[in-house]
Design a protein around this ligand. Structure first.
Ligand code: DI6
Ligand code: FE
Length: 403
């Protein structure tokens, strides 16, 4: 595609500022290379806004590209059998404690070849892209050894090289204790802390995450991982307060975490700490739904404290096997009572902040030209239907992605 493209006759949900949706009816947008050069009402398009190509969007809706800021996209195997066991009464925690759960995915991941891991992850990334996702975060955490964590993170990087989608990688080696360290969680963490510098040196780590939970790592253990990240200058995020209140959010905020994720059991103290630190709350309605959780994240209190809320798929084989960001928008509204606008801002603007990215998430001059042209009249139609996929043309860094 040519360097400068003028998009005309679209309704824009720019998400800029505080006006509803940052709405611009009959808008236009000029992109220059990978960047937005002008955005506003078609009628006020400056005469000098010349382009090499013009795209008449015929009344389509443009939103920023979606940012899926929490995924576990690289893994082998399936957990359909575990789903059956849960339907027969076993709980997620019981299955994990019996050596299933994350550990069964670790075994399948280690057994898979690099190419098999890549092919599966690529297909998942393409499914997200087809629903408007232009940036994804990908966590490790199903390798759980120096060799296999590196392999999974390389697969994530390869997705970013072979598809136009942007990939941010997060090292989640502190996800579970692998079998060879059974009963020796602290020794395992010492090993993780030992291999982190090499992963970073290879350019495989944009952030460090941990699973702080009764069935995973304690706050004291999480602190060791965060201390190591801080020594390396890496930002942190945390799976916090998903199944119980461990005080993980306050701990993460102490380390100026980019985000705390899940948060069903988040306390008032945790909220205050996140607000002080500017940490984003990433809510994951897919996991809430699939694990049939009943404790809702404290959405009203987060709003009152001014903590920005992001939404993500949490795609993973155990607790959120979804590849539909639009279903997550719907569930953020139906289950968590977000407004459709909050849900969309959560999957764009605030999700970008949860990844530390300031160059995307809204449609504004100077931002990356990552955008979606939807065959819809209004952005409230994104969150409303479920199990449907509207027409979507996806542009990444100014270029249309054609599957
Ligand atoms: N919380 C989750 O929901 C996922 N990881 C995590 O820390 C689930 C991972 C899995 O069950 O495979
Ligand atoms: Fe997760």
């Amino acid at each position: 595609m040519p360097r400068r493209t003028l998009f005309r006759h679209a309704n824009l949900a720019t998400l800029r500022g505080n006006s509803p949706w940052g709405w611009v009816a009959d808008g236009a947008m000029l992109t220059d290379g990978d960047t937005i050069a002008w955005v506003g009402a078609d009628a006020s398009l400056p005469a000098g806004a010349v382009a090499d190509a013009e795209v008449d969007l015929q009344g389509a809706l443009i939103t920023p590209g979606l940012v899926d800021c929490h995924t576990h996209l690289v893994y082998g195997g399936s957990r359909a059998r575990e789903f059956e066991l849960r339907l027969q009464g076993a709980s997620y925690e019981q299955i994990a404690q019996a050596g299933g759960g994350i550990r069964s995915t670790v075994a399948a991941t280690r057994a898979a070849s690099d190419d098999a891991l890549f092919a599966a992850a690529r297909a998942r990334a393409l499914a997200l892209l087809a629903e408007g996702v232009t940036t994804i975060e990908v966590k490790s955490g199903y390798g759980l050894s120096a060799e296999h964590e590196a392999r999974c993170l390389r697969v994530a990087r390869r997705i970013g090289r072979e598809l136009p989608i942007s990939v941010r990688t997060t090292c989640l080696s502190a996800h579970a204790v692998p079998p060879e360290f059974d009963g020796r969680a602290d020794d395992y963490l010492a090993a993780v802390i030992g291999w982190l510098p090499a992963l970073q040196a290879e350019g495989l780590v944009d952030a460090v995450d941990a699973f702080c939970e009764r069935i995973a790592f304690s706050p004291a253990q999480t602190r060791r991982v965060f201390d190591a990240a801080r020594r390396l200058g890496l930002p942190v995020k945390l799976h916090a307060e998903q199944l119980s209140d461990q005080g993980g959010a306050a701990l993460a905020a102490e380390f100026d975490a980019l985000s705390c994720d899940h948060l069903e059991y988040l306390s008032d103290e945790g909220i205050r700490a996140m607000a002080r630190a500017g940490t984003i709350a990433v809510l994951l309605p897919g996991a809430y739904y699939f694990l049939r959780e009943t404790k809702l994240p404290p959405v009203d209190a987060l709003r009152a404290a001014g903590v920005p809320i992001a939404i993500a798929t949490d795609h993973n084989p155990g607790s959120s096997p979804t590849l539909s960001p639009l279903l997550m928008l719907n569930m953020a509204c139906t289950l968590f009572r977000l407004t459709p606008e909050e849900a969309l801002r959560g999957f764009t603007q605030h999700a970008a902040r949860a990844l530390g990215l300031a160059d995307r998430g809204i449609l504004a001059v100077g931002q990356r030209a990552d955008l979606v042209a939807w065959g819809l009249d209004h952005p409230n139609q994104l969150a409303y239907p479920f199990g449907q996929r509207p027409d979507a043309r996806v542009f990444i860094a100014g270029q249309e992605f054609i599957a």
